[in-house]
Design a protein around this ligand. Structure first.
Ligand code: NDP
Ligand code: MG
Length: 389
């Protein structure tokens, strides 16, 4: 029985993780649940899954959660610092990091420091501080098991292989809702349109990242640190059907691919159960439904976020942290119709020019960089054509 702290339980990954947990009652037990501000769903989940504790990071919601769970044997905590405390508890075996964005970093560092197994969906943690996080995990002997479907695919391809025989990894990208579109079309798209992903159903932020291809850029950086790769070993191909979730090419020219239907429950289950492969009843791939699997090069000129992210990966240091912070800001502004689709890349690029480079950042450096980048990005957002009118 693995006792799990599920951070970000009210999100897209969090709710699907709870479905996986429910499907295997003898294997997993929920020890901690956390949400930021969705008190109603956190309360409902607490009543159903009976965790030892819940954390609501938005402190203004504490009373609501506390009062609702008064008659239930569950501890209620509030604020981000509670997250870093509960993940270190003796009673926690594994932490599933499914918080969104930079906000998920500290609790993962705390969990690794305390020697907990990590199933990681929060890719921003590795984008910002991948080198530091993976070094800490190696020192503490803690596995960091990817939940992101591409990285789960690579991880599955690497089981039984010597990592030194990797020639390159090829991340597949669906291309998002605007695959094949050009700037003259993208200039007018709105968030409601960008949120309609053709294949995956995900949280709002990652859906926009998927539409801009920033998601794939973030995933390149995530792969670099998870698998200890050189920049040149990481490739991207557009694969619109999303049946192959990623591939590994080895030094003898052989290539392995992992396939499955686009359903996040599969990589979530694999990470939670590893090294076991659990039986389930999820729908299977039927090749009759996919007579054609296609591959094409990404359009770096139109989807500039991919090029900008790749460049930040090559620059290293705190550049990916700036990239991430600026991206979180502009995506939020785009979701609120305050900036245009194409403006997002300009603003991220300009923020990268502004924030001073730090070659070997520490955790306080990351916190400073993140705050600085957000301040610059906020200024650019204020000056956007859409904000002015
Ligand atoms: P959602 O927006 O659906 O959920 C985010 C979760 O994090 C919610 O529980 C939310 O709480 C919580 N949260 C948000 N902000 C904060 C904060 N400041 N402090 C603490 N908790 C916070 O996101 P997703 O589930 O889509 O994504 C979660 C992570 O997983 C992201 O890093 C994403 O990149 C990654 N991922 C997601 C995939 C997907 O299919 N969705 C696929 C691969 C990776 P509340 O509900 O109260 O706001
Ligand atoms: Mg992914």
């Amino acid at each position: 029985m693995k006792r799990i702290a599920l951070l970000g339980s009210t999100g897209s990954i969090g709710t699907q993780a709870l479905e996986v947990v429910s499907a295997h009652p003898g294997l997993f037990e929920v020890e901690v649940l956390s949400a930021h501000s969705n008190a109603a769903l956190l309360i409902e989940q607490a009543k159903k899954y009976k965790p030892n504790a819940v954390v609501i990071t938005d402190e203004s919601k504490y009373r609501e959660v506390k009062d609702a769970l008064m008659m239930h044997p569950v501890k209620v905590f509030a604020g981000p610092s509670s997250l870093t405390e509960v993940v270190q508890w003796e009673s926690v075996d594994m932490v599933l990091g499914a918080i969104l964005g930079f906000a998920g970093l500290k609790s993962i560092i705390a969990a690794i420091s305390a020697g907990k197994r990590i199933a990681l969906a929060n890719k921003e943690t590795l984008v910002v501080a991948g080198e530091m996080v993976m070094k800490l995990a190696r020192e503490r002997g803690v596995p960091v098991l990817p939940v992101d479907s591409e990285h789960s695919a690579i991880f599955q391809c690497l089981v039984g292989e010597d990592l030194r025989t990797i020639e390159k990894v090829i991340l597949t990208a669906s291309g998002g809702p605007f695959l094949g579109r050009k700037p003259n079309y993208l200039v007018n798209v709105k968030s409601s349109h960008a949120l309609q992903h053709p294949i995956w159903s995900m949280g709002a932020k990652i859906s926009i990242d998927s539409a801009t291809l920033m998601n794939k850029g973030l995933e390149m950086i995530e792969a670099k640190w998870l698998f200890g790769l050189e920049n040149e070993q990481i490739d991207v191909t557009i694969h619109a059907q999303s049946i192959i979730h990623s591939m590994v090419q080895f030094t003898d020219g052989s290539m392995k691919a992992q396939m499955g239907l686009p359903d996040m429950k599969l990589p979530i289950q694999y990470a939670l159960a590893f090294p076991q492969r659990l039986t389930n009843t999820f729908k299977r791939v039927d090749f009759k439904d996919y007579p054609k699997l296609t591959f094409e090069a990404p359009d770096y000129k139109t989807f500039r976020n991919l090029a900008i992210a790749k460049d930040a990966m090559y620059r290293g240091g705190n550049a990916p942290c700036v990239l991430n912070a600026a991206n979180e800001m502009v995506v939020d502004a785009f979701l609120h119709n305050k900036v245009g689709f194409l403006e997002m890349s300009d603003m991220i690029e300009k923020t990268l020019e502004k924030v001073p480079f730090v070659a070997q950042p520490t955790l306080p450096d990351f916190e400073r960089t993140d705050a600085e980048a957000r301040t610059y990005a906020a200024e650019f957002i204020k000056k956007s054509q859409l904000s002015i009118y």
